[in-house]
Design a protein. Structure first.
Length: 266
């Protein structure tokens, strides 16, 4: 990573209390960025903050993506301290481990609220700032499940698919204002995402899936994410051999439908 690219930039990171978000915080702190760490778990955010090399440059803001009625207030707090926002990293989200049949409508709505509506609520809050600055970057963490559906992921996959439609439209509309958007599709990454996933009744899955435990190390994933931001890529796939399924579906759909449904969902 070119550490000078992010030096002194103001970067707002959601889902910063664990996994990809936590690692983004650590690597961006090292590169000299000024960070806003957001998630529901403020104590964990403060714990992460206490271990950073440049604590005084950063701030913690509590954020619940299921209830974003206060996002304008949070945005104003950031502007009062820093006077600008350079990068928004929409990383926060929730996964699923239940069949479509067994997933209640309440859980379907919760996943869409967190992963889609909560995501775009933050974007709409910072968009006027980006317009005024005539500059701004958004990193959207979608998923390989945003490229194709998979077992036990119906609502999760739907929410991640939806992000593509929204942000592809947005970046076209805002091109005159200098907005740049990178949509990232991580595959199997070694994070607690499966542990924190919800069941059909909305309870925590509470287990580390084999696919996550054996996935790409999170620090490697984050290095690739930040490199994609530096290069202003529209889209980036991150993972190992599971990424072949994306190309298989596009170029060899019959083979995709023969092989991928047999893969383990956990």
């Amino acid at each position: 990573m070119n550490t000078t690219y992010f030096n002194q930039k103001v970067v707002w990171i959601t889902g910063a209390s664990s996994g990809i978000g936590e690692e983004l915080v650590r690597q961006l702190d090292h590169s000299g960025a000024q960070l806003i760490l957001s998630a529901r778990n403020v104590s964990k955010l403060n714990e992460i903050l206490s271990g950073l090399s440049q604590q005084s440059k950063h701030m913690v803001l509590k954020l619940d993506l299921e209830n974003t009625s206060n996002v304008e207030e949070l945005t104003n707090e950031i502007m009062q301290r820093y006077g600008r926002i350079d990068v928004l990293i929409n990383n926060g989200g929730i996964s699923q481990r239940a069949t479509a049949h067994d997933t209640s409508m309440e859980v379907n709505r919760k996943i869409m609220e967190v992963n889609y509506f909560g995501n775009i609520a933050l974007t709409k809050a910072v968009l006027p700032i980006f317009r005024q600055q005539k500059s701004g970057q958004i990193l959207v963490i979608s998923s390989i499940a945003g490229k194709f559906g998979f077992h036990l992921r119906s609502a999760y996959s739907a929410s991640k698919h939806a992000l593509f439609g929204y942000y592809e439209s947005l970046v076209m509309e805002e091109s005159d204002y200098g907005l740049k958007v990178t949509v990232a599709c991580p595959g199997k990454i070694n994070t607690p995402i499966s542990t924190n996933a919800v069941t059909g009744e909305g309870k925590a899955h509470g287990q580390m899936d084999h696919n996550q435990a054996t996935g790409m190390p999170v620090d490697v994933c984050v290095k690739q994410l930040l490199r994609a931001l530096e290069k202003n890529k529209h889209e980036v796939l991150i993972g190992n051999k599971e990424l072949l399924a994306v190309h298989m579906k596009r170029f060899f759909p019959m083979l995709f439908w023969k092989l991928i449904p047999k893969q383990s969902p956990t």
